[in-house]
Design a binder for this molecule. Sequence first.
Ligand SMILES: Cc1cc2nc3c(=O)[nH]c(=O)nc-3n(C[C@H](O)[C@H](O)[C@H](O)COP(=O)(O)O)c2cc1C
Length: 171
Amino acid sequence: MLKNLVVYISETGNTKQLAEEIYISLPGSKKDKEIIDVRSWNGRLDAQNYFVGFWVNRGTCSLEIIDILSSLHEKNIALFATCGMGSSKSYYDTLEQNIKVWIPNDNNFLGSYFCLGKMPSFVRDKYESYRGKCDDTKIDLMLSYYEESLSHPDNQDLLKAHLFVDKCLNK
Ligand SMILES: Cc1cc2nc3c(=O)[nH]c(=O)nc-3n(C[C@H](O)[C@H](O)[C@H](O)COP(=O)(O)O)c2cc1C
C-alpha cells in the first residue's frame, strides 16, 4: 500500500497545478506516493493518506470525486480545491462542509485547503450578458471575483499548499 496518494480532477489546469505541488511536497520516493487524474482512476491504488482535489462547480465537487470519497474507509483524508467565486474564510468553510458530508465517518479527516483559480473568459462574458436583466451590484460583484481569480493559483497559493501538506502529515 502507498503511503500517500494524490487524486484530482481538473478541467482547465488550476487544480492540476495544485495537485502537482502537493505531490512534490509529499515526502518519500516514487514507491511511497502517487498522483493520478481521477479519469484514470480504476480503484486499484490504495494508500494510507489521500489528498483529494477538485475544482468547485455550483458550490460542490464532481460526481467522480463524490464516488471516490464515499468509497474510502479507515483512511486519512485531506481535501484541496480551486474555486473562482471568492476567497473568504466563510466561503471556504461552507465549501468544506458541502464536500465533507461525502466522507464516511470511519475515516480521519485531516483538513482542507482552498485557493482561487482563474476562470475562462466565457464566465466574464456570461456575467456581462446579464446587464440590464439583473441587479448591477450583483453583476459587479461577480465580475470582481472573476478579476481577482485571474492571477491564481500564484506562488503564494502553491507555498500554502506545501504548508498544508506539512500540517496534514503532522496530525
Ligand atoms: C462552468 C464553471 C462553473 C464554475 N462554478 C463555480 C462555482 O460554483 N463556485 C466557484 O467558486 N467557482 C466556480 N468556477 C470556477 C472554477 O472552480 C475555478 O476556475 C477552478 O480553478 C477551475 O479549476 P480547474 O482549472 O482545475 O478546472 C466555475 C468555473 C466554470 C468554468
